[in-house]
Design a protein around this ligand. Structure first.
Ligand code: GDP
Ligand code: GDP
Length: 454
């Protein structure tokens, strides 16, 4: 019977093939029982608890967020990868291969109390070919006595072994410093912290009621605030107080003009709209509810989605909508607005003031979604269950494997899936739908990109 993902083929999500740069990835490899999970827990500082392993049961979570010295990175425990290769030695070597092509750095964990076994020799041989940096952790160095054992691991030909004790934490700070040194410089600041009033674009084709709504918002709800402490107001923007909060409506100069000139070409108007959307964090797209949706309306939605901004749909002139028109409208929405069905809709009237008070809470919901970052552990726990139940479709005779995922950044929320093969668009849309079912993201676009290991 049909795979569950097949029904999402027509959903019309924009493709996003250009994988963003997620936080750097460290893959941890090594034989079972050398202490990988214990050490990973230590590296995470227990920020994200690793599920305790049950012997013989595959781990269901493989990737986690780590933070050290203000820098974020992802730690991947390859124990959860289940390579198909036969035999321990081949299995660990296959993990190492996978780690090398997926991660920015590889950490080989060795049990210093046991020393290098044939398996470590074989894995080291693979890792010495790596183009990415490789570090060796000599684990279970609980005291000075085992220090000497750590030094014997120079023989692996992978540089200086780092003595650590995952159990007691010994040496883990030095190890973390070394790990960060191997990564390319990443910004220390959290992505996109802006401060000040949240920026809103009020957009829509001509005559939908943008000026009327702005006038309504600035007139009825306390006049334009033009002196908020610590903010400089660009004269093309309006500061508007809605529901006890000040918002910056960007690029409203054209809307405030009393007499609007009809001279602007559609091309010019579209450039203005695009600029306003780019300058904003969230867009209110105004639509005239009394008329059928037009191509021009749809183009505005496309601009918002492509710019990756949060979205609120406002159906204006609701005072003109009768029973018949309402039925028509519901059908239009089902048919034409599929690709933005995650956005909330408010039915307003700039003329009567109907429901304009709903705008502020709706904007807040959309922005909260837009700002959300799902912790990597939680994301992978969800993903592995979903993928186990609905594996990606076979392509060219091969079944791509999804190794792990991270949210590269919020604003807009962008997931990066690390895979062993191409994922069909239909399957990616299915993942997005399921992702939204679990995590919500009402009012925000979500991007999913795929990074196929070479
Ligand atoms: P993994 O299979 O590589 O993930 O290994 P685990 O993290 O599950 O650890 C295997 C065993 O080694 C457990 O009993 C741990 O308590 C123990 N272990 C882990 N790290 C250390 C350490 O630094 N010192 C000692 N003495 N034991 C450790
Ligand atoms: P803009 O070009 O998008 O800024 O649209 P305007 O604000 O200039 O409005 C275009 C026309 O629609 C004007 O004649 C407004 O009076 C009218 N209009 C705006 N909002 C409403 C509304 O909620 N209901 C009704 N009936 N007319 C409206």
């Amino acid at each position: 019977d049909e795979a569950e993902w097949a029904q999402f083929d027509e959903a019309g999500l924009p493709e996003d093939e250009s994988a963003p740069t997620p936080q750097p990835v460290l893959a941890v490899v090594g034989r079972p029982n050398v202490g990988k999970s214990t050490l990973v827990n230590r590296l995470l500082g227990r920020r994200e608890a690793v599920v305790q392993d049950v012997p013989g049961v595959t781990r269901d979570r493989v990737a986690y967020d780590a933070l050290w010295n203000g820098r974020r990175f992802t730690v991947v425990d390859t124990g959860g990868w289940e390579p198909d290769a036969k035999g321990l030695q081949a299995a660990v070597a296959a993990q190492a291969e996978m780690a090398m092509s997926t991660a920015d750095a590889v950490l080989l964990v060795v049990d210093a109390q046991v020393g290098a076994t044939a398996t470590e020799e074989a894995v080291a041989k693979v890792l010495r070919r790596s183009k990415r940096p490789v570090l060796v952790a000599a684990n279970k160095v609980d005291d000075e006595r085992t220090m000497a054992e750590a030094h014997t691991l120079w023989s692996l030909g992978l540089g200086e072994p780092m003595p650590v004790s995952g159990l007691h934490g010994r040496g883990s700070g030095d190890l973390l410093d070394r790990i960060l040194d191997t990564f390319p410089d990443t910004p220390r600041e959290e992505f996109g912290a802006t401060g000040g009033p949240r920026r809103v674009a009020l957009v829509g084709k001509p005559n939908v009621g943008k000026s009327s709504l702005l006038n309504r918002l600035t007139g009825e709800l306390r006049a334009v605030v033009d002196d908020v402490a610590g903010t400089t107001v660009d004269p093309v923007d309006s500061l508007v107080e809605l529901d006890g909060e000040v918002w910056r409506f960007v690029d409203t100069a054209g809307l405030r003009k009393r007499v609007k000139t009809a001279s602007g070409t559609e091309y010019y108007a579209s450039l203005r709209t695009k600029a306003a959307i780019e300058a904003a964090e969230v867009a209110i797209v105004l639509v005239d509810a009394s008329e059928p949706l037009s191509e021009q309306d749809l183009r505005v939605f496309t601009m918002v989605v492509e710019a990756g901004r949060a979205l609120v749909i406002a159906y204006n002139k609701w005072d003109l909508v009768d029973e018949d028109r309402r039925h028509q409208l519901e059908k239009e929405i089902d048919r034409e607005l599929v690709r933005v069905r995650w956005a909330e809709r408010v039915n307003v009237s700039a003329q009567t003031g109907r429901a304009v008070a709903k705008l502020a809470p709706t904007l807040r919901t959309a922005l909260a979604s837009w700002d959300t970052r799902i912790p990597t552990g939680q994301l992978n726990s969800w993903l592995s269950d979903l993928v186990a139940a609905n594996p990606p479709p076979v392509r060219g005779g091969k079944q791509p494997k999804i190794l792990f995922a991270t949210q590269a950044h919020p604003r807009p929320p962008t997931l990066v899936l690390f895979t062993t093969g191409f994922l069909e668009a239909g399957y990616r849309r299915f993942l997005e739908r399921k992702f939204r079912e679990t995590f919500g993201f009402t009012g925000s676009p979500v991007r999913i990109s795929v990074r196929v290991r070479e």
